[in-house]
Design a binder for this molecule. Structure first.
Ligand SMILES: [Zn+2]
Ligand SMILES: [Zn+2]
Length: 434
C-alpha cells in the first residue's frame, strides 16, 4: 500500500515545481508556454487531481485553497480559449476541490485516500457538487470569469525589499499581505444560513424611485440607492457571524516571491487576481515591486552577511567596490586582497612588488559583476569595478620626515627631476616629457 503514495509523490514533485513557476508572471519577460507533464490523459488527470487531493495527506485547508487558486486560474477557459482539455481540467480541479473542501470528505481521504473518495462519488453522493464557475467566483469574486464585461477590482502594489545577495544568487521568499477577502464562512453571501432574499423594498434593483413635490401638482422623480439593502438588491435574515453580513473579511495572505538571478531592482512581479476580493468584482492583480535592501550588519546571524559582497553597490549589471590601500602598498606593491563575493567565492586582487597603484584607479574585473537577467548567451555576468583609495599616514615623526626628505633630495639630484613635474601638475608645452 506504500506504493501508491510514493508514486503520487514522485509524479507530483516536478509538477509542483512547474506550478510554482507558473504561479507568477514577470513583466517584460518572454511569455512562456505552460508545459504539462507529458503522458496519457488519465495520468494527467491523476496528477491534476492529486495536486489538489494529494499535495500531502496532511495538507491544511489553506494549502488546498492555495492549490485551487493557482490551478483554477491557470486552466480557466477564459485564459485558454478553444482549448477543450483546459476546460476539462478546470472542471476537474473544481471537482477535486469540492472533494476535499469539507471535513467529512477530507476524513475519507485521510483514511482511504484517493480511491475512497472516488468510491464515495460513484456511490452517487454529489451533494457537494458546485458549478465550477460558481466555485471560481467564490474565490476571485465577480461572476466566475476574467473578461466579458466583468467588473474588476483595483490592483494592489506592495514593495518587497531583498538584499543584494538574493539578486545575485536568486532566492525564494515568503511574504504576507493583508487584504480584503471573500468570507469563507458564508461563501460571500453574507448570510449565516445561506438564504438570500430579494430585497422587498427595491425588488432586487438596488435603486428606488422617490417622488418629491416641487410645487403643488409638480413632482420630481429621483433615483436613489435603496436604504434597506444598501444597493445590493438582496437581503439576508440572519447575517453571517464571521463577516457580519458584509460578505468580506480582512485576511492575511502569504505568497512566495521568486527572485531570479540578476533581476533588476524595481521590477514588477504580477500575481494575477490576488488583490482585494469582493463578490461584486473580479479581484485585481497583486503587483510586487522588488526593491533592494540596504546592507546592514546584525540583521541576520548568517556569516554571509559579513562578506565584502554585502557591501558591493550595484548599477544594472555591474558591481562597484572601493578598496583601501596604504601609501606603502600603493607605492611599492607587494600586496594581496581576497574579496569574498556574494556567493562566497573569492576574488583575488594583488600587485607584485614594485607595481604602483595610483589613487582612484579603477580596475575592471569582467565577469565578476551581476548575473545578466534573461541573457541570450547563457550564463553571463557584468563587471566588478574596484576603485583604489589610497590612505596616507597621518603621523610622521621628526626622524622619518628628515630621512624621507633626504631620500627625495638625493633622488631628485640624481634623476634631475624638477619640482614642477614632481608636483603632478600638467607640464607646460615644450618640456621634455621624460
Ligand atoms: Zn433594496
Ligand atoms: Zn460571512
Amino acid at each position: 500500500m506504500l506504493f501508491l503514495p510514493t508514486l503520487l509523490l514522485f509524479c507530483l514533485l516536478p509538477l509542483l515545481a512547474i506550478c510554482a513557476e507558473d504561479y507568477y508572471k514577470v513583466s517584460n519577460s518572454v511569455a512562456e508556454s505552460h508545459p504539462i507533464v507529458a503522458g496519457s490523459r488519465s495520468r494527467e488527470r491523476l496528477i491534476l487531481i492529486s495536486q489538489l487531493l494529494g499535495i500531502d495527506k496532511q495538507a491544511s485547508e489553506r494549502e488546498i485553497k492555495k492549490a485551487y487558486r493557482t490551478l483554477s486560474k491557470k486552466y480557466h477557459p477564459d485564459k485558454n480559449p478553444d482549448d477543450e482539455s483546459a476546460k476539462q481540467k478546470f472542471v476537474e480541479i473544481a471537482e477535486a476541490y469540492d472533494a476535499l473542501s469539507t471535513p467529512e470528505t477530507r476524513k475519507i481521504y485521510d483514511q482511504y485516500g484517493h480511491e475512497g473518495l472516488k468510491q464515495r462519488q460513484q456511490g452517487g453522493d454529489r451533494q457537494q457538487h458546485h458549478d465550477p464557475f460558481d466555485l471560481f467566483s467564490r474565490f476571485f469574486g465577480g461572476g466566475g470569469h476574467f473578461g466579458h464585461g466583468e467588473r474588476r477590482g483595483p490592483n494592489m502594489e506592495v514593495r518587497v525589499h531583498v538584499p543584494l545577495r538574493d539578486f545575485y544568487n536568486g532566492a525564494e521568499h515568503d511574504f504576507t499581505i493583508e487584504r480584503q477577502g471573500i468570507c469563507g464562512k458564508c461563501e460571500g453571501t453574507g448570510s449565516e444560513d445561506g438564504v438570500v432574499d430579494v430585497c422587498q423594498t427595491c425588488g432586487g434593483r438596488g435603486m428606488v424611485v422617490q417622488k418629491h413635490m416641487l410645487a403643488p401638482g409638480i413632482f420630481q422623480q429621483m433615483q436613489m440607492q435603496c436604504d434597506k439593502c444598501g444597493g445590493k438588491g438582496k437581503t439576508v435574515r440572519h447575517a453571517c457571524k464571521v463577516c457580519g453580513g458584509t460578505r468580506v473579511i480582512r485576511e492575511t495572505e502569504s505568497h512566495v516571491l521568486h527572485v531570479e538571478k540578476g533581476m533588476p531592482k524595481g521590477v514588477r512581479i504580477t500575481y494575477e487576481n490576488e488583490a482585494d476580493e469582493s463578490p461584486d468584482w473580479v479581484a485585481g492583480d497583486l503587483i510586487v515591486l522588488l526593491m533592494e535592501l540596504e546592507p546592514s550588519l546584525g540583521a541576520t546571524d548568517e556569516n554571509l552577511e559579513r562578506t565584502d559582497g554585502t557591501f558591493f553597490r550595484r548599477k544594472g549589471k555591474d558591481l562597484f567596490w572601493r578598496e583601501v590601500l596604504s601609501l606603502r602598498e600603493a607605492w611599492m606593491g607587494g600586496w594581496t586582497r581576497n574579496l569574498t563575493h556574494l556567493d562566497g567565492h573569492v576574488v583575488r586582487l594583488s600587485r607584485k612588488r614594485g607595481q604602483v597603484v595610483q589613487p582612484n584607479t579603477v580596475e575592471v574585473l569582467q565577469g565578476e559583476g551581476m548575473p545578466i537577467w534573461h541573457s541570450e548567451d547563457g550564463e553571463a555576468y557584468g563587471a566588478l569595478h574596484v576603485e583604489y583609495v589610497v590612505v596616507l599616514p597621518d603621523q610622521m615623526d621628526k626622524g622619518m620626515e628628515k630621512e624621507f626628505w633626504e631620500t627625495w633630495e638625493k633622488w631628485r639630484r640624481k634623476k634631475g627631476v624638477d619640482l614642477l613635474k614632481d608636483s603632478g601638475r600638467p607640464v607646460p608645452r615644450g618640456h621634455d616629457e621624460l
